[in-house]
Design a protein around this ligand. Sequence first.
Ligand SMILES: Nc1ncnc2c1ncn2[C@@H]1O[C@H](COP(=O)(O)OP(=O)(O)O)[C@@H](O)[C@H]1O
Ligand SMILES: N[C@@H](CC(=O)OP(=O)(O)O)C(=O)O
Length: 454
Amino acid sequence: MKVVKFGGSSLADGPQFEKVISIMKADSQRRVIITSAPGKRHEGDIKVTDLLIKYAELTIKHADTGEIFNQIFARYQSIGNYFNLDDKALAPIKQALRKLPTTQYPDNEYLMAAFKAHGERLNARLMATVMNHVGITARFVDPKVAGIIVSDEPNNATVLPETYENLAQLPVDNSVLVFPGFFGFTPEGQIATFSRGGSDITGAIVARGLHADLYENFTDVNAIYAANPKLVDHPIAIPRMTYREMRELSYAGFSVFHDEAIIPAIQGQIPINVKNTNRPNLPGTLIVPEKDFQPTQTITGVASSTRFAALYIHRYLLNKEVGFTLKLLQVFKKYNVSYEHMPSGIDDLTVIFDRTQFDEDTVHNMCHDIREVLKPDTLEWIDDYAIIMVVGEGMRNKVGVIEQIIRPLVQHNIGVHMINQGASRISIMLGTRRADAEAAVKSIYDAFFSPDPV
Ligand SMILES: Nc1ncnc2c1ncn2[C@@H]1O[C@H](COP(=O)(O)OP(=O)(O)O)[C@@H](O)[C@H]1O
Ligand SMILES: N[C@@H](CC(=O)OP(=O)(O)O)C(=O)O
């Protein structure tokens, strides 16, 4: 049995829905479908999730929501119209959207989560209706009924283990099951979403919970490429890669697949096939356990992410001081921030953060507290930090890879602030200034993949 997730670009309008339906029809193993919210129909368009965020913000401000409501409903209506659904069939979607502002929420964070989740919730309902309308027996499965239970972090939830017991008990019949992606319910019964792009996570959870043989993830590119196609012109496609390669690359910027979605797939040992909705006969990229993989290249891919910031702290004899890091972590705890990496030297350390969790006041107050508590000789907040991740199972037993990575950076005059080789030895992480990230990816890509590097 296959669980199949379609991204927002694959469900953006009526013609895309039609492609999805033919993909589902083409293989009788495709029994479960996970939907995203309608995405961008063209460059410059707005995803329904972003429209819902606006709807939530206007609701919080008690501002007029008439226009945004119409804009959101029109997206679903145009898909319904494409399949000649009548007003009655679309009425539940309209009602659910209208009800959002008058529902009670514990706080505005939960309000935001509930609004966002309706992008996928309503699209899954619409997909089930359309499928039945065109003769495929399909059933909408709400995460509440299926028992997708998540942590009480309204907009950044993680799945709780009881979900898998609940999914194992889900009644399965001849219908295609249509799940909305992106959200679950907290133990208290509130909607909470995963982080952005999190429908991939739902797909992996459902694939694991239902013991699928394959998790197919349909998107708008032919495959996962060795570099982001927005940064490198026509990068090569990756036919096969391992879970841990994908996790590292998606963490560091391959937004085509959510990094947290790898975990349920690993736990269930379910291969993932990333494919193109617009060209479904192409093989795409297969993501497999390490035991099923033989590397043919030194590196599999190079990614960059500019969502980071770094804190540099220098103090002589830092290595001798008991409790220095503990005090630092206590400051982070006070400000409720997590850190991503902490490479260190004898007298200094750098802490790399996800920048998106800070506002300006938090940065200012946190640095002030660190100065007070730790009395560093130097403290520097580097706001424009980027991480470049070079990943490949093939680099594990190779000598000289680091030289091959650094040489093109030197040639392009790109400064490297940090180098960190993961314990698994399948990835090397570099810290650069944000402005250098794109050039760094291009030059490393050329060094490894271009027959005639420039
Ligand atoms: N290495 C990569 N290979 C393929 N696509 C990538 C890569 N890195 C980033 N992307 C981007 O990911 C996009 C697909 O992800 P996303 O927009 O989340 O799709 P969906 O709407 O299907 O979920 C592609 O259009 C591409 O721009
Ligand atoms: N719609 C949500 C979740 C998601 O996964 O979307 P997509 O499959 O279009 O990346 C978002 O925009 O974040």
